[in-house]
Design a protein around this ligand. Structure first.
Ligand SMILES: *Cc1c(COP(=O)(O)O)cnc(C)c1O
Length: 228
């Protein structure tokens, strides 16, 4: 893609984000989802002041990291197998997809080995679609109480992947539910947990997500076009 085309697309998304929330919430941070795209496609983003990029596969992070680490912070947004944590623990700034206690334990173990505290988001399944990852909303509070005791990770918020349904009323309801859950858990003030980030919204629905108080949106195809 031509640089100018990419620049236009980034600007469009930024403008949409700035206008979406009507001043009720601050504009969310844009995470550019670069999965499947080669390093040459990604590097120009740094000239557009994009620092945060999202990848969903550990193997791909390992292949690209040496080219990207100087300019970017990598967010892990996809489902994470416990036995892969050790490969990426030094390379990512935030794991969005913590969805089970065994994974929390492995992140804790690897982070301690590498002398760091790993920031994580807890993935919630707002529509009960657990095949997409994420725990049911009612399980999050008990999970926070246990996982917050692990010194190698720092829980900083929630993440959700919405169902592939374009029906706006339905999606709005799910985004609103996520925002309510986020605020309720923030009010619980679980020790060691900082409920600051709500990662939700992708190319098809980032405007709705921004309107409902997302603090981060994860946008891929609206920037780079459809994936192969
Ligand atoms: C691929 C992906 C995105 C971005 O999807 P687009 O529709 O291309 O914007 C966001 N979140 C997750 C978890 C993804 O895997």
């Amino acid at each position: 893609m031509e640089f100018l085309e990419l620049k236009n697309r980034v600007e469009t998304v930024r403008q949409n984000l700035a206008s979406a929330s009507d001043g009720k919430y601050p504009a969310p941070k844009l995470i550019a989802v670069t999965k499947t795209h080669p390093v040459e496609t990604i590097l120009p983003l740094s000239k557009l002041d994009i620092v945060d990029i999202g990848e969903n596969r550990t193997q791909e992070i390992v292949e690209k990291r040496n080219f990207l680490r100087e300019n970017f912070q990598i967010h892990l947004i996809g489902r994470l197998q416990s036995n892969k944590v050790k490969y990426i623990i030094d390379d990512v700034c935030l794991i969005h997809s913590l969805d089970r206690f065994s994974l929390a334990e492995e992140i804790n173990r690897q982070a301690q080995k590498h002398n760091r505290v790993m920031p994580v988001l807890v993935q919630v399944s707002p529509a009960g679609e657990e095949q997409k990852g994420g725990m049911p909303p009612e399980e999050v509070l008990p999970f926070l109480r246990e996982a917050s005791k692990l010194p190698g990770l720092h829980i900083r918020g929630l993440m959700a992947v919405m169902p592939n349904i374009q029906e706006e009323t339905y999606l709005s309801g799910l985004f609103a539910d996520m925002r309510t859950l986020f605020e309720r858990l923030r009010d619980e003030a679980v020790q060691g947990v900082d409920m600051e980030e709500l990662s939700m919204g992708m190319s098809g629905d980032y405007l709705l997500a921004a309107r409902h108080g997302a603090t981060m949106v994860r946008v891929g195809s609206a920037l780079f076009g459809p994936r192969a």
